[in-house]
Write a protein that binds this ligand. Structure first.
Ligand code: AMP
Length: 214
C-alpha cells in the first residue's frame, strides 16, 4: 500500500519537533528526526559518533552518504508513514529521498515560515528532555518544576548546539543550503506553507487540515 510521508521544513527552532510529536500521537506517524538519530550515535561514544559530534557542534551538515546509511537502517517507507524532521537538508538529499527512498509513496512538504530574530530568541531558550524528547522554552513554555521534565521527571538540558554562535551558523546554512529544497518540492506541487509565528494550536490546526486534504 502507498504510504503518506510528511516532510517538515523550517529553520532550527521553527517548531517542527513539537508539531511532529503531536502528529505522531494524532495520526500514528513515526517520527524520523535525523538530528535525533545523529545525537543517539554521538551518545554511543563510537568513532563515528565522535566525528558526527564535531560537525554538530559547529552547526555544519554531516555528509550525505552517512545520512543515507543511517536512514536506510532506521526506516521502512513501504511499511510505515513518517514525519521527516530535519531531512532533506539540501538538494542532493532531496533527490536521494525521491529516487532511493520514497519508492512512489505520497509525499507532502510543509514549510514552517518564521522570522529569524524570533528564532534565535526561541532557540537559545530551548530546553529538551534527553529521555522523552519533550521540548520546553525557559520563557514561553517553562517546565512546571525547576528544570525537570513534566512527563518523565528527567533533568532537562540545553542542547550544546543551541548557543547563539552555532545557531547563527545553522540559520545561515538553512538559508543558503536548505531553502532551495523548498523550490524542489514547490516545482513538484508538493509544498505547503504555514505561518510558524502563530501559537502552537493554530499551527497544529493548519497542519492537520493540510495532511487531511492530501
Ligand atoms: P537538528 O536536530 O535537526 O537541528 O540537527 C542538529 C544537527 O545535526 C544539524 O545542525 C546538523 O549538524 C546535523 N544534521 C541533522 N540532520 C541532518 C541532515 N539531514 N544532513 C546533515 N546533517 C544533519
Amino acid at each position: 500500500m502507498k504510504q503518506k510521508q510528511v516532510i517538515l521544513f523550517g529553520a532550527p527552532g521553527a517548531g517542527k519537533g513539537s508539531q511532529a510529536k503531536y502528529l505522531v500521537k494524532e495520526f500514528g506517524f513515526k517520527h524520523l528526526s535525523t538530528g535525533d538519530i545523529l545525537r543517539a550515535e554521538v551518545k554511543k561514544g563510537t568513532e563515528l559518533g565522535k566525528r558526527i559530534a564535531i560537525k554538530i557542534d559547529k552547526g555544519e551538515l554531516v555528509n550525505d552518504q552517512l545520512i543515507l546509511e543511517l536512514l536506510k537502517a532506521n526506516l521502512d517507507l513501504q511499511q510505515d508513514s513518517y514525519i521527516f524532521d530535519g531531512y532533506p537538508r539540501n538538494i542532493a538529499q532531496a533527490e536521494t529521498l525521491c529516487k532511493e527512498l520514497l519508492h512512489g509513496s505520497d509525499v507532502v512538504a510543509i514549510y514552517f515560515e518564521i522570522d529569524v530574530q524570533v528564532l534565535v530568541e526561541r532557540i537559545v531558550n530551548r530546553l529538551v528532555c534527553p529521555d522523552c524528547q519533550a521540548i520546553y522554552n525557559r520563557v514561553s513554555h517553562p517546565p512546571k518544576v525547576g528544570l525537570i521534565c513534566d512527563y518523565c521527571s528527567s533533568p532537562l538540558y540545553q542542547r550544546p548546539d543551541d548557543n547563539e554562535e552555532t545557531v547563527i551558523n545553522r540559520m545561515k546554512l538553512f538559508h543558503e543550503v536548505t531553502s532551495p529544497v523548498l523550490n524542489f518540492f514547490k516545482e513538484r506541487g508538493k509544498l505547503h506553507v504555514v505561518d510558524a509565528s502563530q501559537d502552537f494550536d493554530n499551527i497544529r490546526a493548519e497542519i492537520r487540515s493540510i495532511i487531511e486534504s492530501v
